[in-house]
Design a protein around this ligand. Structure first.
Ligand code: IPE
Ligand code: IPE
Ligand code: MG
Length: 246
């Protein structure tokens, strides 16, 4: 396989981890087994990202819309999340990984919230990589929340309408301190964003693969990164300008 160029790695990779249910169904197993298998991929991708030196990794673990799933599935997902956080703490500490979260985490079961915030606190001084979990997250909800917070500041007089810029609005999002994703990966062959990081993906490179999330391991990930490195990011300019920046 071709070698990755360490100087051209994406700074921030975001992943829509999809296909656990179908992975299980194909094997005559329950969806829950698919989710369990999916956490092994999470482990593998986090570890590989850290080894490669990727600074920001954001994983879509549970969408705002996923609350509509059958309650036993939601419960199983919450249990898996709780267990994952506990089992990975040591690895995060050993490898300088800081945990962060985005989304309406106040909706998560109290026990999961406790584990989540404890892990965030214990890893807060780590600087090698930030692993952000999107939990009860929705891009539209995030934007509505930002607008409300901005209006609150306008009422208080700490923000003036003329001062609202793209940068200022970004500061009101969950991702205020995070660079926009350079690469967005979606597994399982779907071509949709499913309400993930709507504002932030304006100029993100998108990679989709038919591989189902439980099968998405290091090898597949490296392929996605290689594909990313072959792309020319233009940001609205012409090809000539990107090759010979003025
Ligand atoms: C992704 O796998 C995990 C979550 C959304 C929590 P799915 O559960 O969506 O798997 P499919 O799409 O049904 O195969
Ligand atoms: C997106 O997957 C959410 C996560 C991966 C957490 P879904 O499986 O929920 O998305 P849709 O419903 O197929 O769009
Ligand atoms: Mg799905």
């Amino acid at each position: 396989m071709e070698r990755l160029d360490p100087d051209k790695l994406p700074r921030h990779v975001a992943i829509i981890m999809d296909g656990n249910g179908r992975w299980a169904k194909r094997r005559g197993l329950t969806r829950i087994v698919g989710h369990q298998k999916g956490t092994e991929s999470v482990r593998d991708i986090v570890r590989t990202s850290r080894e490669l030196g990727i600074k920001w990794l954001t994983l879509y673990a549970f969408s705002e819309e996923n609350w509509k799933r059958p309650s036993y599935e939601v419960k199983a997902l919450m249990g898996l999340l709780n267990r994952y956080l506990k089992s990975e703490l040591k690895e995060m500490l050993d490898n300088g990984i800081r945990l962060a979260c985005i989304g309406q985490t106040e909706k998560l079961p109290p026990e999961v919230q406790r584990t989540l915030w404890q892990t965030i606190e214990k890893t807060e001084h780590n600087t090698e990589m930030t692993l952000t979990l999107a939990l009860s997250y929705g891009g539209r909800q995030e934007i509505v929340r930002a607008v409300k917070k901005m209006l609150g500041d306008i009422e208080k007089g700490t923000l003036h309408v003329n001062r609202i810029t793209e940068e200022r609005l970004s500061e009101y999002l969950y991702t205020a301190d995070t660079p926009d994703p350079d690469l967005l990966i979606r597994t399982s062959g779907e071509y949709r964003i499913s309400n993930f990081l709507l504002w932030q993906v304006a100029y993100t490179e998108i990679f989709t693969t038919p591989t189902l999330w439980p099968d998405f391991r290091k090898e597949r990930y490296l392929e996605a990164l290689l594909d990313y490195q072959k792309r020319e990011r233009r940001f609205g300019t012409t090809g000539e300008q990107t090759i010979h920046p003025e």
